[in-house]
Design a protein around this ligand. Sequence first.
Ligand SMILES: C[S@@+](CC[C@H](N)C(=O)[O-])C[C@H]1O[C@@H](n2cnc3c(N)ncnc32)[C@H](O)[C@@H]1O
Length: 396
Amino acid sequence: MDVEATSNLLLPEAFLDFLTENGLDPSIYTAIDSIPRYIRLKPGCEAYVEEIEGEIKCKLEKVGWMPNFYSLPPHIQIANSKAYQEGKIYGIDAASGAAVSALNISAGDHILDLCAAPGAKLCMMVDVLDSLGSVTGVDVARHRLAACRTMLQKYGLGDCCRLFVADGTTFSLVPTRAHSDSQSGASAPQEKFDVYKEWKSRRPWKERKRAAKVRENGASQLVSRIQDPELIYYGRRSGVIGISRHELYQTVDSNELLHCGYDKVLVDAECTHDGSTRHIQKFEQWGWTTLQRRVLCAERTDDLTVLQLRLLTNGFRLLKLGGFLVYSTCSLTVSQNEDVVNQFLLQNASAKLLEIDAVKNWPCKSGRIPKTLRFDPSTSRTSGLFVAKFTKLAIQ
Ligand SMILES: C[S@@+](CC[C@H](N)C(=O)[O-])C[C@H]1O[C@@H](n2cnc3c(N)ncnc32)[C@H](O)[C@@H]1O
């Protein structure tokens, strides 16, 4: 195959083989420069649109199918703009916006984002939540979650959030409303003295020592064996302040989870990122051998599908009865999407795949399983994304 004739990128033969094996059309990388960049305007900042246009020297096109989203030419950089630095705009693809919208977040919801970093979707969730309810962000990569914390603080969105470095396949903590509503009185009186106080970026010595110990254990064990998620941030209204460590880390059994689990769960799972043309473009600088290791290696893909199924299964376990869970990946391979969904449905009788209400206006296609969605860069003019939505039913 003549690589240069089919792509703006000089895609290596091995990647083209990967696409062919997975039934993916390499032409999604051809039009890479015609896919716009997207930003989300912080609600309440509508009056600044003209000022922002003046600053970044280009017109912002309103995205008709996704509120608060604007598109701009892909070469425009926003990172140095005042609007970006002040948190009035942030970069998030419109398809990512669709994954969040599919959750139908309402004020007061308690939300779990199981693969949260670097946090674009988490920020949007907090915006939509309008500070009522809570968002719990979990990610196994500490440095990426720390970047998420920085972003929350920069955008002034952290008040109702708490962030845990943890393995999403085993994470077990419920929203703190469960404790404050029903269990706060249950802890021993002496523990009440050792309650979480307001978050300070400089942690007390005792807490830093404890966190360092957890990290040390993590380095010497597989991450999935870390018992205690590490709390690296909590906001004033996250439900953490005023409760004890014992209360925060208390877990509940599966029956209780049906009632005190999360209202909404996002599992934006780790994947090969092959649907994100911009991500694949970065391998030009990072080196195609990194792509070989991260994307093309069959063993890695097999490990990934196991991880994806485990993340989805645990996210679903933490969902309350009647709640909504969205599973998304930015891979377009069937093995990481429809195959994972099929496997999950086979193993979870209480899971029901749902239609996504807003889909009529979205520029996406159906996935191979009815009700699932695929954003395909060549037709949606967004990054590639797979989205499936589930609810939890009561089973006898
Ligand atoms: C596609 S990215 C998530 C992007 C994020 N939702 C956003 O909107 O910015 C996948 C994330 O999964 C995290 N991850 C990988 N394995 C994980 C695990 N076992 N538990 C939790 N997070 C994991 C990675 O560190 C990565 O940050």
